[in-house]
Design a protein around this ligand. Structure first.
Ligand code: GKR
Ligand code: MG
Length: 434
């Protein structure tokens, strides 16, 4: 089998005004979708971070891709993941995910790997999860991912979208948002994006979530490093009960040293809430120090920037070896990414938490997989019967996403600029803020 053509499509999708310590989501989120066409007309697809730089990096590989054997390609390009900066420490504390130059090669490689696996899987009629080791679960659990948000459903001008969830800038509104997600998708877990309001309000939000959903629903909070060590310890103590039973405290503060200090001080207080990270641990090079310092007890994997699905499987085994848990990180994405996440999760035995997903924040109007939105039922995505990822592209919808991209001015994610535009002209990301 040979690759006969390679196409990169830059698309946009509406995104609601979600808040985090990075700032405010812009009215559109960007994605790049690639197609790797094989000789027999079968095409492998993948979805990755959006905007110009990732598209250019993918385009730059064209010559190496055309004429290559997709089975060999993943090995031929492996130095993008195993060599250079990719194996070394590359914390994304100060970068919006997808904008960290140190993981650029790993992100590019991952998209090519996914498209190769989709192409191979489709031609053999074997789902990716079985191709890369065999499924250990038929369906993958995802958690509700509530955000504080301003009113609005995303999009702009004549493309303003309905505001499905409404404003959520208080504990009560946030609880209402989660209830709506639970009713619609049947989630069993909550990963709550904090680092936005005063920590006392965020503590109250978690307490109200616990009162509303009870102790059988695991709760996690992720302020993306917005807190000092002192504040992190204070929050950890205040939420010791609510964040236990399968919950965790994710990236409360910046850096491995800070995380280690939080852990040490919490343990000294008799609080054994585990610390999770997708910010201070983003590569294998970060792991030895994280383990040595006991800074992180749960790593969030993400095939998009860890260098692909097989690297995630290796990460899982490494975590298991060192007694760490494994969860899965997400950024704004559509159905191709959701299925890629589900395929790797289905074939990863040591996955100890329900995965994150932003999927409920996107709408069918922007979905580019044939048949519309991928179904999440009882909080789970079931592995489709088809080969590869199990989905095909809807080319009309893809064209629509490309038109949208051409029309809008956004070319990279910039939550700080959006925050300055709509909330506070002087706003800067400050770590720690509290
Ligand atoms: O979408 O604003 C967001 C999130 O804050 C995202 O950028 C993070 O990468 O989901 C994320 C996380 O778990 O850190
Ligand atoms: Mg996180």
């Amino acid at each position: 089998m040979r690759v006969t053509d390679f196409r990169v499509h830059s698309i946009a999708m509406a995104d609601p005004p979600l808040r985090s310590s990075y700032g405010l989501h812009q009215p559109y989120a960007l994605r790049n979708v690639i197609e790797l066409q094989g000789q027999d007309g079968i095409t492998g697809i993948a979805e990755t971070y959006g905007g110009e730089e990732p598209a250019n990096a993918l385009d730059a590989l064209r010559e190496r891709l055309i004429g290559a054997d997709p089975w060999r390609l993943m090995g031929n390009l492996l130095s993008m993941v195993e060599g250079g900066a990719s194996g070394m420490e590359r914390s994304q504390t100060h970068h919006v995910p997808g904008e960290n130059p140190l993981d650029a090669d790993a992100r590019t490689y991952s998209a090519i790997e996914t498209a190769c696996l989709d192409l191979i899987g489709k031609s053999l009629e074997v789902p990716i999860c079985d191709l890369i080791g065999g499924r250990v679960r038929e369906a993958v659990s995802f958690s509700a991912y509530p955000f504080y948000k301003h009113a609005g459903g995303g999009g702009e001008a004549d493309d303003l979208r309905p505001d499905e969830y409404g404003e959520a800038l208080s504990p009560e509104q946030l609880v209402g948002q989660v209830r709506q997600m639970f009713d619609q998708y049947g989630f069993h877990d909550v990963k709550f994006k904090g680092g936005v309001l005063d920590p006392e309000i965020e503590i109250e939000t978690i307490k109200q979530l616990r009162r509303e959903f009870g102790p059988e629903v695991p709760l996690r909070i992720d302020p993306n490093c917005a807190w000092s060590v002192d504040t992190s310890v204070k929050v950890g103590i205040a939420l010791a009960d609510e964040l236990s039973n399968g919950g965790y405290l994710e990236d409360p503060t910046a850096g491995l040293d800070g995380m280690a200090e939080v852990r040490k001080r919490l343990l000294a207080e008799g609080v054994d809430v585990p610390l999770a990270s997708n910010v201070s641990v983003t590569s294998f090079g970060d792991l030895p120090e994280a383990v040595r310092l006991d800074a992180v007890q749960i790593v969030l994997c993400d095939h998009h920037y860890w260098g692909g699905m097989r690297q995630v499987q290796r990460l899982a085994k490494t975590c298991q070896t060192f007694g760490l848990g494994l969860s899965m990180h997400s950024n704004s994405h559509l159905g191709i990414s959701l299925l890629a996440m589900a395929q790797v999760a289905a074939s990863t035995p040591h996955l100890t938490y329900a995965c994150d997903t932003h999927y409920p924040w996107q709408t069918e109007q922007d979905e580019i997989v044939a048949g519309g939105c991928v179904s999440i039922q009882a909080g789970q995505v079931t592995i489709p019967a088809g080969g590869g990822l199990g989905v095909e592209l809807d080319y009309d919808q893809l064209a629509r996403g490309k038109e949208l991209y051409d029309k809008i001015p956004y070319r990279k994610r910039d939550d700080e600029a959006e925050m300055q535009k709509y909330v506070d002209p002087n706003w800067k990301r400050a770590l720690p803020r509290w």
